[in-house]
Design a protein around this ligand. Sequence first.
Ligand code: NCD
Length: 491
Amino acid sequence: MASKKMASKALPATRHVVSINDLSDKDIETIFDTAQAYLKQLPDKHFSYRIGRSTDVGSNHILASLFYEPSTRTRLSFESAMIRLGGQIITSADPATSSAAKGESLADTVRVIANYADIIVIRHPRDGAARLAAEYSPIPVINGGDGSHEHPTQTLCDLFTLKQKNKRLKNLKVAISGDLRGSRTIHSFVYALARFGATIMPMPAKGMELPAHVDQRLREEFRCHMVSVPKGEGDNTSIDALYVTPEEPHQQTLFSGPEIDRDAGHDLEMLDKKVDALYVTRFQKERWAEKDQAYPRIDRKFLNEPKYSDASVMHPLPRVGELDVAFDSDKRAVYFEQAAYGVPIRMALISLLLGLKGKSLHRFAGGFEQDEQHLYVQPRHIGLHCSNSNCIVHDPMEVQYVRNKFHVVGSGEKTRLRCVYCEREIEHFVVASKKNKWYAADIPPLRRSTDHGLKDIILFANETDARAAGFHSRRAAADPPAARRAGGRAK
Ligand code: NCD
């Protein structure tokens, strides 16, 4: 019967790529093998890094590109990739001409587009927007950049470039320069570098250091440690600190390469080692109130320093003056090749997420193995909110569709709340018991609570908010005679 035919079947599990950490090391290796196979099977006559022909492995499939922010490389290379696979594309690239201009939420838009396409790539100015889209989407969602949060497919292009140039990914020394706070490419990139045991040299523009939550995560989750480097006299390129990562990789590293024995002398050895790559970024002026900033400019003179003699110079592009065009003819300049890899890498990712069948395709399973994370979902009209004002949870168009949700990470004194969407962290908060109506500023062991236990609590930003919501201090409740006799309320 017609109605029976229309009934939906159970949907297979859908994989989304919102963060680089949604991909395991093995997944990344599979993507690279597939991209490599496409480069070999569909070569360009003149350039080894370009795809020159098309296949039909993706025929009957449609990619929707949903872009709420400007893009050249990401959107066009995704679209080129889908066309090279033999698929089709539909595009919404201008929020002013889409239903967003009428006030439609992302949650609704995604559920509609899922009926028109097989896979979605989204770019959005709000941190965490791609995770929200993924929550509402029955088809794979790929994050093409969300605010200053992450840009995982750019990182895949970056890592692939590093692998092509260095023949390995393990134990590289990579300097990162510019707006480390505002650049989403940097945030995905440093997590990936840390996972592959790189030594990271941050060279931020003034006031544009890595955000605190990224720094903390590098140290605590990716087991990086900091080594301070004294500034040399008259040395305009020296840095304050290096991240050295991790002494024992917490995950099996699948890329082969020379092993470095990480003994006590390792840090010193890394300090002396030449830089394998310098990654330059532009000032993300759209993410800063202050538009005129002093900003480092990388040119031949800068790159004449001996430590950069073998360094690949990378840039996610666009560049707007921070990387001298006179350097383009230098053999260390790899940024246009890096941009070219956008096509084979995105062909590989689309193929694997869609489960396309082709000679070169591998099975795509796994996911980054993370410690078990406990999820806390905030009741709607009470308690704390994500502290990042640019997080998607604060978007007036989305508030009806999204709840403040946090992973409880760290342990003991260092227990923190990590927003599920933008991954910013809250360190100070107050825990209250719904049942007993008390709150405690000295945080009980949330991490050991079960998810069920988390359902019995409400989190507040501070004691004042907890009291305003009618909760009283557990300390006072535990010290009853005096408090009760006085009929006093808890402080
Ligand atoms: C980057 C982005 O949009 O985050 N561009 C890109 O996708 N290659 C970098 C940038 O805009 O600076």
